[in-house]
Design a protein. Structure first.
Length: 301
């Protein structure tokens, strides 16, 4: 595969049937988190996957080549200036030899499936934006979760989205949505959205069994993991910052792929960075849970 390269540790793990967890690179780039929090997020996420017994595989496009698993120089590059790369952008990123293409959830899922990786972890997925009826803004993440045979582990959808609309859309796309040790769909920084999940599972083993079954029918699964209680923000604490950020995006006429990075940066400003430790904690926790499920899947006979 000339336009895709799998690192030696990842390819050895895959060949040996050992557990691997794919990770996106947008959250670790300047588009997702400010420096040096992005560096800490990366280090803690990688450690969480390894400590739980799996091999991390960060996806990125470097000089027009799709990378699955990075070395130190690759990590350094994604931590800096990067171009947001969704699934539809992969072809352009290769054809035009983009220097650093930071993969979103949708791009990572396409790459994971092609590399033969069954589990993927992120912070929060994209989803249905407020006002999507007029703007049509629905993240490509949702279709990618539905289409690819990969489990996505996230702390729900990003908090500034239309969560109820996102859950309806996932139902329309036939995506099984599982609450991990939770009866509610989480709300990223906050543990609760007030919206129930259709299915709750409590152990990595149970999740692994369901995912294996789902893969035989085609398509992916979304595992929603609430941020650990000690790290969570109260949803009342973020409501104001979120609606202000959305108003500002509207007034500034931001649209398309720029909306999410803009709104995330505005929320950080309004909360004086109090959301950043939460973002790190949930990314680390999702990576840990994803690795535990990957380990359980690798033991499935
Ligand atoms: N959640 C975060 N930070 C991010 C993203 C999600 O806390 O940077 C990124 C992910 O890469 C996700 C993307 O796939 O935003 C979704 O963008 P959009 O809404 O444009 O589809
Ligand atoms: Mn969008």
């Amino acid at each position: 595969m000339p336009n895709m390269t799998i690192s030696a540790p990842v390819s050895e793990a895959l060949q040996g049937g050992r557990p691997v967890v794919a990770l996106e690179s947008t959250i670790f780039s300047n588009l997702g988190l400010p420096s040096p929090a992005n560096e800490e997020a990366l280090a803690r996420t990688l450690a969480a996957v390894r400590d739980a017994g799996a091999e991390p595989a960060v996806t990125a496009i470097l000089d027009g080549v799709v990378h699955v698993g990075l070395d130190d120089s690759g990590y350094e590059r994604i931590l800096g200036e990067a171009t947001k790369t969704a699934e539809r952008d992969i072809a352009a990123a290769i054809a035009q030899r983009w220097s650093v293409g930071a993969t979103t959830v949708s791009a990572s899922l396409a790459i994971a499936q092609r590399a033969g990786i069954a589990v993927f972890a992120t912070g929060g997925i994209g989803g249905v934006h407020h006002g999507a009826q007029e703007s049509g803004d629905v993240s490509a993440d949702l279709g990618a979760i539905a289409r690819h045979r990969v489990l996505t582990v996230s702390a729900g959808a990003k908090a500034f989205l239309d969560i109820a609309g996102t859950l309806e859309h996932l139902e329309m796309l036939s995506v099984p949505v599982i609450g991990y040790q939770s009866d509610e769909f989480p709300m990223f920084y906050a543990r609760s959205s007030g919206l129930p999940v259709p299915l709750r599972l409590d152990t990595p083993r149970e999740v692994a069994t369901l995912v294996a079954e789902r893969f035989t029918w085609g398509g992916g699964v979304l595992l929603a993991v609430p941020v650990p209680a000690d790290d969570a923000l109260a949803s009342s604490a973020i409501q104001g910052a979120m609606s202000d950020a959305l108003d500002r995006a509207r007034t500034a006429g931001i649209s398309g792929a720029a909306v999410t990075p803009f709104v995330l940066a505005e929320i950080s400003k309004a909360l004086d960075g109090r959301n950043i430790p939460v973002n790190l904690a949930l990314s680390e926790n999702n990576a840990r849970v994803a690795a535990l499920v990957a380990v359980a899947m690798s033991k499935t006979p």
